[in-house]
Design a protein around this ligand. Sequence first.
Ligand code: ADP
Ligand code: MG
Length: 588
Amino acid sequence: MIKEAWTRWRSGHIGRLLGESLRNQGWLYGIAMIAMVLVAATTAGTAWMMENIVNTMTEPDKRSQVYLVAGAVASLFFCKAAASYVQAIFLARAGNRIIAVQQERLFAKLIKRGVGFFERTESSSLLMRVTQGAQAARRLVDVIVTGFVRDALTLVGLVVVMVYQQPMLSVLFFVVGPIAMFGVRFLLKSVRAIMQSEMKALSEIIKVMQETSGGITIIKVLALEDHMSQRMNGAIRSVEQRANSISKLQSVASPLMEFLAGLAVAGVLIISTVGFAGSQPTTAGQLMSFITALLMAYEPAKRLSKMRVVIETTLVPIGMMFELLDQEEPMRESPDAKELSSGPGKIRLKNLTFGYHGKPKVINNMNMTFEAGKTTALVGQSGGGKSTIFGLIMRFYDPASGTVEIDDQDLHGVTFASLRRKISYVGQETFLFSATVMENLRFANPAATDEEVMEAARAAHAHDFISKLHHGYDTEVGENGAFLSGGQKQRLAIARAILRKSEILLLDEATSALDAESEALVKAALDKLTKNVTTIVIAHRLSTVLEADNIVVIQEGEVIEEGNLDTLIKKGGAFRRLFDQQFKQPAS
Ligand code: ADP
Ligand code: MG
């Protein structure tokens, strides 16, 4: 049993967290611990002083000492108060530092994770780990440090006083005490299981909240209010129940101990007045000192007996936090990664094969070259793998086999920063940060002047609508551009791409949210933008791809046709069928 606990301690989270915290916040804990030793000593001192206090009051020949004793009591309590204050302040500082350090580390780790990781992991679970995990880490270190230093030393000090004042009576206490401690053990087993389900339910609450605020229109349209309420209430009730179960377990310990302490005092009273075999003559002062020590011992003993329960409640969130910290990112930048050369931006896919999360092939042994400075259109049925090719070019994912090369450099050996600098991307969905329009545009090119930003916005036909906003370019866009229409957001994304001035431009249905008129305008802007830029366009509306230098038809992860417009039309294959569908049919 002891061996098992010891191994868990050493190899597990407790030892690791404690080691890290004591190392990093050493001096804060050092001062807190010195103060704790003082608290323990002064607490024991108070109990010990009871003898002098009572004797001074009851024995006439000791009256002369009254000022001395009063002065000593006052100083003792002053020291105790000061030490308690210092201990509380420094412990809180160290604890808050633990939270800050863990959260910084978690985020530093998270922000480096690949796109695939965020697709697999729910954001509510990440939120839980970052908030609850760090809090639990602090709670764990707090309870161990206060337990083993302040409470344990206080208990030892008080026991010394008890033994010194009444050795025989103390024996009685030592028999009753451990029995009470053992009573707590059986509680521990269930605590961990309860914690696990409480964390899950908390996660669910966050998730329902996120889905409610993000999907409110769909919830209203599909009349899912009741469904969402049920999910929320279920999760809330589950957390409530778990929290109640845990407090039940935590609360059993105190009354149990209190009752036993009461029994002990009653026993002391009887035994000391009636006397028992071998008992020495006792003064009232000694007896008071003993009872005071006994009663004071109750608090630290209670906390120590509950310590394991508290530790158990922290281990689940801490485990979840460490799991996140320890996961290795499979898609890391290679240590000898080089800057991508400032070439013209020729892209080459060589025997490229890829599937999401080890699933079947979405891209199947693809070979293709996107010539520098030319525009290539990718067309084909949805689900064919066109967007996936973009993901691979931007190295959001690594291929299962084969390579992606830009200017003859394998992306594997290239730094992420230089790769992403080389590329502008406009997708179907535009993400806007909660900041002003100006700031949102400038993310694409932090060095751009206000004038350059506005010029880009003009080119993207965004300037007019931006100027009509309440505060123009200084308007806050709200959570992910809540005040803007899809077409407006898309034009902001195009303005970003214009600002970025990269050698490669990837457009994934970038004009799909625009009405015909703005699409024509934006297309004119894009035509300017794509000149001498390696451009790949994905579009369902073939009208936007007709001027491409090269058209590639993708189906089920393979290139089935490739050529310019005339060739493909004459060939009468898959592209011809798509073309006829869109242009020859009577308008519906
Ligand atoms: P397209 O852009 O041609 O419509 P995609 O490249 O988006 O096609 O998708 C190709 C296939 O990969 C589809 O079957 C789609 O379900 C799957 N897929 C796309 N994105 C993901 C993803 N993030 N995780 C798992 N599967 C995905
Ligand atoms: Mg797509």
